[in-house]
Ligand binder design. Structure first.
Ligand code: ZN
Length: 430
């Protein structure tokens, strides 16, 4: 399929450095942005779209989450992480079936697409069912089996690896698979080291929770005499690491930050989850000043409580400015880049996250006729600080529309909503 977008205003690959919007024609051919030029008059046959009313951005990338946790939304407000996990989430997660996870994932994908997300990270269970939902919905994802190491470490590592081998680069490259050792407080350092080694050999990502709460870091200090990050560094796990996506990273010393930077790790910031669970506020000044690739994630919907990336990036921007008492701490360009290119880099989708010739056509069409974009003084400013998901008119992934004029094209939302309610009520009744 070919689409010629006429007169689109868009954020191109130079935007982060020069902050200038470009207006031009964009030719999408197959899954790729084939040409960008002021006027394309000789395009081969295909659909021509008058894109004048849209701000076109790269698709948003949700770099950390647990997609099917939509089913557990609203079950535990007002509790800290450990109680939230042990008293509310873990008991219900033990009851989940593959079909529950499939439906919960579909609900999450619908919500994500409606708010402009094209690529998702997942760390959960029944990942083959998650992959099925991703493939059918036409979006992109990096999927991992959330793995704790308590008991049968060899078997768990093997099953996680089997999934990686089975699923990586499937669905025409839209699905990548990774390892997901859950967190320092649910795994031994040796288990983390073993997963790093296998991921390095297989050339895949490791995504894990890291330094999320003060208690997690304190427990390591008591047991090992150092932070989780320093402990892994001492054991050499960061010497030749795989591609790492560390979620949260709220409580870090300068040394921890330097270790992650040297390891080439990405950090997926989850500000709303950290605020809601009372986990704390990251040292944004140090993170922004470091060379670490920063990405943005919503975390699971049971601790956020939605997967709206625009809302997430706005709260992140507020916190970066507010906690440092410096409104210039982060620019609009950098914030938008973290939610798009930063996430794509983190999750291993190196051919997306940016609008340029040769990149994959993962695009969001924001309707600038929405009142939140009026009076068009600076539409990227309006996007970040005024608009909401109501303005998402269309979403394209690999050159295919998955949302058009607010209508989901790949997910039967009425069926998903009905099934999600039945399944969520069963789980809530525990
Ligand atoms: Zn998480």
């Amino acid at each position: 399929m070919r689409y010629l977008l006429k007169c689109a205003s868009f954020v191109d690959s130079e935007y982060e450095s020069n902050g200038r919007l470009r207006t031009a024609d964009i030719l999408v051919e197959g899954d790729t942005i084939r040409r960008i030029a002021d006027h394309i008059e000789d395009a081969p046959a295909g659909e021509t779209i008058n894109a004048e009313r849209y701000l076109v951005t790269p698709g948003l990338v949700n770099a950390h989450g647990h997609l099917a946790m939509t089913l557990l939304r609203g079950l535990a407000d007002g509790v800290p992480l450990q109680s939230w996990l042990e008293d509310y989430m873990f008991p219900r997660e033990r009851l989940l079936t593959g079909d529950d996870v499939y439906v919960g994932t579909q609900l999450c994908l619908a919500e994500g697409i409606l708010s402009g997300t094209t690529t998702f990270a997942d760390m959960y269970f029944f990942e083959d069912d998650v992959a099925r939902a991703i493939e059918e919905a036409g979006v992109k994802a990096n999927l991992s089996t959330g793995t704790a190491s308590l008991g049968d470490e060899a078997g768990k590592l093997q099953r996680a690896e089997d999934f990686v081998v089975r699923c990586n680069n499937t669905a025409g490259g839209r699905i990548k698979a990774s390892f997901g050792p859950h967190a320092p407080y649910t795994t031994t350092p040796e288990f983390i080291g073993a997963m790093f080694a296998r991921a390095q050999q297989l050339g895949v990502v490791v995504q894990f929770h890291l330094h999320e709460t003060r208690g997690e870091v304190a427990a390591y200090a008591e047991k090992y005499g150092c932070s989780p990050i320093a402990c892994y560094a001492e054991r050499g796990y960061f010497d030749a690491p795989p591609r790492l996506v560390a979620a949260h990273c709220v409580h870090m010393t300068q040394r921890d930050i330097e270790i992650l930077e040297r390891a080439g790790a990405s950090i997926a910031l989850n500000v709303q989850s950290n605020l809601k669970l009372g986990s704390g506020v990251a040292d944004y000044r140090s993170l922004l000043a470091s060379g670490i690739n920063l990405a943005v994630g919503t975390d699971g919907a049971a601790s956020n409580d939605n997967v709206d990336m625009l809302e997430e990036v706005r709260v992140l921007g507020f916190m970066m400015k507010g906690s440092t008492m410096e409104p210039a701490e982060v620019s609009n360009n950098r914030l938008l880049s973290m939610a798009t290119l930063g996430g794509a880099r983190a999750l291993g989708f190196d051919d997306t996250g940016v609008i340029r010739e040769g990149a994959k056509a993962d695009l969001v069409f924001w309707d600038t006729d929405d009142v939140s974009f009026c009076p068009h003084n600076d539409v990227v400013s309006h996007l970040l600080w005024s608009a909401n998901s109501r303005a998402v008119d269309a979403v394209m992934v690999d050159g295919q529309f998955v949302l058009r004029h607010h209508e989901l094209l790949t997910i039967d939302i009425d069926r998903v909503r009905f099934e999600a309610v039945q399944r969520a009520h069963r789980l809530a009744a525990l």
